[in-house]
Design a protein around this ligand. Structure first.
Ligand code: C2E
Ligand code: MG
Ligand code: MG
Ligand code: MG
Length: 286
């Protein structure tokens, strides 16, 4: 038992290192390995972006994609971003990784555009640490210049908790991005603590209803009420609203009837590598 060993180690006073080693849980060791492996992951070509379609509810046409990072670990196989993004945040690796994501996503979106596809919106997740970097907007500028991607087709997703953290600074950064024509959305909306009065001041374009509310539809009265409240709030603030985690035909029908404009989820497509999505686009005759 780790806690007991730790307690024991403290009491011992000497030879602490051994005890601490013994006390180090498998989980902590795993995390340490992950941290080390993450340092080389990009250079070793283990990172890849997958893209998940976003559709317009009314027409069911694909109007955009969200870029989602994938790590193919040589030993562990596919490691979930939910697992390694927080680690990358803590170690600062997220800065390099995030820039790579932005660059790769914009490059791919430009390729699709040049191949003659109708303009697709490319949504890219931005972590808190990334967003708070002094040179974040300059980095975005550089990536846009290097890739030649239209800023009007780029959307940055920032979570509710990040956006509410330092409001004055947030407004300034968002305004700077907005001035370039970039769209901004609040990810995982409903899971944080949004101040509605701040929400009104932010130059944002859309709210993404968190999957945790969508997954219990239909059936959960609470979640039905929450989802409807978010859709209503978006309408009041003149924001677009998209639901994530849409998996069933019934959820599609419900969300559409409630006025949710865009939908994203396994029902329409799982996140896929660019080549697989290109094939899908070709088949759709786009
Ligand atoms: P997110 O931005 O909220 O992305 C949506 C997540 O829901 C993705 O998980 C997606 O694969 C999953 N998802 C979409 N539709 C469905 C569905 O119908 N059912 C279910 N069960 N899941 C669905 P993923 O790819 O594992 O990413 C998890 C989180 O990791 C993301 O949540 C995002 O916060 C973070 N993340 C992913 N890529 C990046 C990145 O490039 N940069 C940063 N900073 N964070 C990222
Ligand atoms: Mg997202
Ligand atoms: Mg989300
Ligand atoms: Mg989420």
């Amino acid at each position: 038992n780790a806690d007991a060993a730790m307690y024991h180690a403290k009491g011992q006073g000497r030879n602490n290192y051994q005890f601490f080693q013994a006390a180090m849980t498998a989980k902590a060791q795993e995390r340490l390995h992950l941290e080390n492996d993450l340092r080389h992951a990009l250079d070793r070509g283990e990172m890849q972006l997958h893209y998940q379609p976003q559709v317009e509810a009314a027409t069911r046409k694909v109007v955009g994609v969200e870029a989602l990072l994938r790590w193919h670990h040589p030993r562990l196989g596919m490691v979930s971003p939910a697992q390694f993004i927080p680690v990358a945040e803590e170690t600062g690796q997220i800065i390099r990784l995030g820039e790579w994501v932005l660059f790769t996503a914009c490059t791919q979106a430009k390729l699709w555009r040049d191949a003659g596809l109708p303009p697709l919106r490319m949504a890219v997740n931005v972590s808190g640490k990334q967003f708070r970097q002094q040179d974040f907007v300059a980095t975005v500028d550089r990536v846009l210049a290097e890739t030649g991607f239209d800023p009007g087709c780029l959307e940055l997703e920032v979570t509710e908790s990040v956006i509410m953290e330092d409001v004055q600074e947030t407004i300034q950064t968002l305004n700077n991005l907005k001035a370039r024509g970039i769209r901004l959305s609040i990810d995982d909306f409903g899971t944080g603590y949004s101040s509605l009065s701040y929400l009104r001041q932010f130059p944002i374009d859309r709210l993404k209803i968190d999957r945790s509310f969508v997954s219990h539809l239909p059936g959960s009265e609470d979640d039905e009420a929450i989802v409807n409240a978010i859709i209503g709030l978006a309408a009041t603030l003149h924001l677009e609203v998209i639901a994530e985690g849409v998996e069933t035909d019934e959820q599609v029908r419900l969300l559409t009837s409630w006025g949710c404009q865009k939908l994203q989820g396994y029902f329409f497509g799982k996140p896929l590598p660019a080549e697989a999505l290109s094939e899908m686009f070709e088949m759709a005759g786009a």
